[in-house]
Design a protein around this ligand. Structure first.
Ligand code: SF4
Length: 379
């Protein structure tokens, strides 16, 4: 792996780079590791070097805040304490344990990877980087994060916090999402790694980003490596890293139908793949015209005839760049055998059984509305 050029290409060549010398980089490693030893948060996945636990935490932490992850992690590890337990679980069980964390593809990949670990590695997390990268759902970040933390492999990592921190140290200006900037960042991340304690160092960089070197208002006065930091020395914290334009938000209106037949309601399973793949929901569709027409089209697509009833709730939620308004209505089945249509399958269930099925967060909110109402029938 080539060493990074000691003057980052996007930084101004006239401005000195504090990390240009090997001594400065050694000083940074030492200071950062000393700081980490004292200031790191006590997180449940840091209790030991179990690669399985580290892997689960790393996957949960993608796109999700630490405070949200902690209770999920503790419950998940209790329910599936090792790769063998996870591999032998039903996918629906795994999705139910993941419910609320979002980005459910992560849970499906965990499950698939656990099966492969059992089938190909006797249930033990492999130490060989090629074997780890061959597991479903493992990109460069996840593989290196687990291997460096669990086995101290000298492998770099880059995620949101470390991207920001390293770009400030190295004075990488401009858009960090270009291929050149990405290559430059990986080179720096690799070059800065110590010979020993690579896992601690990787975590320390992320921890510094989480606690001190925040996107807005970094606490440089409390930073252990300010003397090694380009952004601090050149007063460039506000412009490094460059801000990305906010993604445009698209507003979407959807309809969910709680179709009742006697004391039961209809729940359908989404197709594999795509958002919320293989999870369950009340039949749902996008509303592009009026709600009645959307309801008629939805009912037609699943072969059910029903009388539309009252509005149960309007649930607002966001998914990536979509701002979704979900109108939830009751309907009373009149005739017709359920046909899967766009779904994998459907089941008529008692409302009390809703807690057995993995639902997306907005659908779980609808289920709660329903369960709180308990006996609400359309006359
Ligand atoms: S000195 Fe400031 S900008 Fe530089 S790493 Fe520390 S907190 Fe971040």
């Amino acid at each position: 792996m080539p060493k990074p050029s000691m003057s980052a290409p996007s930084a101004s060549p006239r401005k000195p780079l504090p990390l240009a010398s090997g001594e400065a980089r050694a000083r940074l490693r030492r200071r950062l590791l000393d700081w980490f030893a004292i200031h790191q948060r006590q997180l449940p996945w840091r209790a030991n070097r179990d690669p399985y636990a580290i892997w689960i935490s790393e996957v949960m932490l993608q796109q999700t805040q630490v405070a949200t992850v902690i209770p999920y992690f503790q419950r998940f590890i209790k329910q599936f304490p090792n790769a063998a337990a996870l591999a032998s679980a039903d996918e629906q069980e795994v999705l139910r344990a993941w419910e609320g964390l979002g980005y459910y593809r992560r849970a499906r990949f965990l499950h698939l990877a656990a099966k492969k670990i059992v089938a190909d590695h006797g249930g033990l997390f492999p130490e060989d980087p090629d074997s780890v990268r061959a597991l479903p759902g493992f990109g460069r970040y996840t593989a290196n994060a687990v291997l460096s933390q669990a086995f101290n492999a000298k492998l770099p990592i880059l995620e949101a916090n470390s991207r920001r921190v390293i770009s400030r140290w190295a004075g990488i200006e401009g858009n960090l999402k270009t291929r050149e900037a990405e290559t430059e960042l990986w080179k720096w991340a690799e070059d800065l790694l110590p010979q020993k304690r690579a896992g601690d160092f990787n975590q320390a960089v992320m921890e510094l980003g989480a606690l001190i070197c925040k996107p807005e208002g970094p606490r440089c006065g409390d930073c252990p490596v300010q003397k090694e930091c380009f952004a601090f020395l050149h007063d460039a914290q506000d412009r490094i890293p460059a801000k990305s334009p906010r993604p445009l938000v698209t507003e979407v209106h959807e309809l969910a139908l709680v179709i009742r037949r006697d004391a039961q309601v209809l729940l359908v399973q989404r197709p594999l793949g795509g958002r919320w793949g293989s999870m369950w929901e009340f039949p749902r569709t996008e509303v592009t015209g009026d709600v009645e027409q959307a309801a008629a089209d939805l009912l037609g697509s699943i072969g059910v005839q029903a009388t539309l009833g009252s509005e149960l709730a309007v649930i607002h939620h966001g998914v990536t760049r979509f701002k979704i308004r979900l109108t939830c209505m009751e309907a009373r089945w009149s005739k017709g055998m359920f046909q899967p249509g766009p779904y994998l399958k459907g089941r008529w269930i008692e409302p009390e059984q809703l807690s057995d099925f993995p639902l997306s967060r907005p659908q779980r909110r609808l289920a709660s509305v329903l369960q709180n109402r308990q006996i609400s029938h359309i006359s």
